[in-house]
Design a protein around this ligand. Structure first.
Ligand SMILES: [Zn+2]
Length: 85
């Protein structure tokens, strides 16, 4: 689950994410109260540890994470789900 979590355990990341939330306390996606500093370009998709951050609330972060994690299997899912919404 947290295979790439190493960096997020470091004190430098904690300090950085805390600074991000202090500077930008509102969710970049919905304007709600942000709780998470998120890499705009995901580290799993080529983003750097020190890449640009955005503040997100838990809900928007989960939505973003699940869509990022599902990118590889998205084509497969859409292929099996042929009917339009
Ligand atoms: Zn949000």
């Amino acid at each position: 689950m947290l295979a790439r979590g190493g960096y997020y355990q470091t004190s430098s990341w904690r300090a950085r994410s805390q600074r991000q939330l202090e500077r930008f306390p509102l969710c970049a996606a919905c304007g709600g109260r942000a709780r998470i500093a998120d890499h705009v370009q995901p580290r799993g998709l080529g983003g750097a540890d020190d890449g640009v951050l955005q503040s997100l609330c838990v809900r928007c972060h989960n939505l973003k994470s699940s869509s990022e994690g599902g990118k590889a299997s998205k084509a497969k899912r859409e292929a099996s789900r042929a009917e339009p919404k």
